[in-house]
Write a protein that binds this ligand. Structure first.
Ligand code: IPM
Ligand code: MG
Length: 361
């Protein structure tokens, strides 16, 4: 049997980091004798340039037929890129949202782990960084504000914009089930983050998540308001195991988590549906300012490839080997510019991948 993987290099640093992660995957597949075919497709700005739209039906179909998709990043610098002169529904980000929706990827897993070796890159107080943290964010990815109805009109001579935040109980329940299942394999604690003191949608989240929790008596459920959570992540991130939250709160808090983990270049992500299929991408953006220079940190993408092995291909042993190789490369002092500190060896994107491959088996 042969697996079908789709690669979406995308824009900015995307092609460099995907190339680096593919090298690591290839080394793993050779070692395990896994047969894999790759197909590369265009998405985001790269697709706009060729097809006029950020996501074609054909690309969506190719992804749907695969076992998993590995993506780099999409988008450009909105102040200079012509992609941002297009109407919002034709811009690179719209392609990513349609891809997530089209593949029904409702659960976005974003693990934030502070490697002991990166404590100096963590902007938190030393005593907080020294405690370390290991948080798994489960962000709902196909509902809420990013997919609600929106429009801008002139109402009584005044420009008025409306975005709709809507969730039904089924959307909430399936995300909650993912969070509880994941917590079971970790430290058995889920923190639901919401704004239930103001929003009806958050109050529905609370009641559905509490109902779901009844089936997981072994997992503790805590609730926290999102503004407080933003603060607690800086004050004491070690208190969190699994954080469960809706789409926009998850978007914002996951960037905060990446910062305290040392660099956005360290955070992988997996977007999953109800099957084994997943879309794997680094949590960071396309970083157009450093694109093409060969200096981007490929670790988030390599760790995303590890999540692909674990969640879509059931290759846990291989995933463990990749995670361990990343840990060892950091221990041995190799750093890309974003996580470099005095006394470490500065390497570029490709060399970082090569050093990780050397430590694989
Ligand atoms: C992310 C990104 C996307 C999102 C953008 C590019 C649409 O910020 O993956 O976090 O908001 O989900
Ligand atoms: Mg984001």
């Amino acid at each position: 049997m042969s697996y079908r993987l789709v690669l979406i290099p995308g824009d900015g640093i995307g092609p460099e980091i995907v190339r680096a992660a593919k090298k690591v995957l290839d080394a793993v597949f050779v070692r395990f004798g896994t047969e894999v075919t790759y197909e590369e497709v265009l998405m985001g700005g790269a697709s706009i340039d060729v097809n006029g739209v950020p996501l074609t039906e054909e690309t969506l179909k190719t992804c749907r037929e695969a076992d998993a998709v590995l993506m780099g990043s999409i988008g450009g610098d909105a102040s200079v890129s012509p992609w941002y002169k297009l109407e919002p529904s034709k811009r690179p980000e719209a392609g990513l949202l349609s891809l997530r929706k089209g593949l029904n990827l409702f659960a976005n897993l974003r693990p934030a782990y502070l490697y002991p070796e990166l404590r100096d890159s963590c902007p938190l107080k030393k005593e907080v960084a020294d405690k370390g943290f290991d948080v798994m964010m489960v962000r709902e990815l196909t509902g809420g504000l990013y997919f609600g109805e929106r429009h801008t009109d002139v109402v009584d001579g005044v420009r008025t914009a409306v975005d709709t935040l809507s969730y039904n109980e089924e959307e909430i329940r399936r995300a909650a089930v993912k969070a509880f299942e994941i917590a079971r394999k970790r430290r058995q604690c889920v923190t639901l983050v919401d704004k239930a003191n103001v929003l009806d949608s958050s109050r529905l989240w609370r009641s559905v998540v509490r109902e779901t929790a009844a089936a997981y008596p072994d997992v503790e459920l805590k609730v926290m308001l999102v503004d407080n959570c933003a603060m607690q992540l800086i004050k004491d991130p070690a208190q969190f195991d699994v954080v469960l939250t809706e789409n926009m709160f998850g978007d914002i808090l996951s960037d905060e988590m990446s910062m305290i983990a040392g660099s956005i270049g360290m955070l992988p992500s997996a977007s999953l549906n109800e099957t084994k299929f997943g879309l794997y991408e680094p949590s960071g953006g396309s970083a157009p300012d450093i694109a093409g220079k060969g200096i981007a940190n490929p670790i988030a993408t390599i760790l995303s490839a590890s999540m692909l092995l674990r969640y879509s291909l059931d290759m846990d042993e291989a995933a463990d080997a990749v995670d361990e190789a990343v840990r060892r490369v950091l221990k041995d002092g190799y750093r890309t510019g974003d996580i470099w500190t005095e006394g470490c060896l500065k390497v570029g994107t490709d060399e970082m991948a090569d050093r990780i491959i050397e430590r694989l088996f």
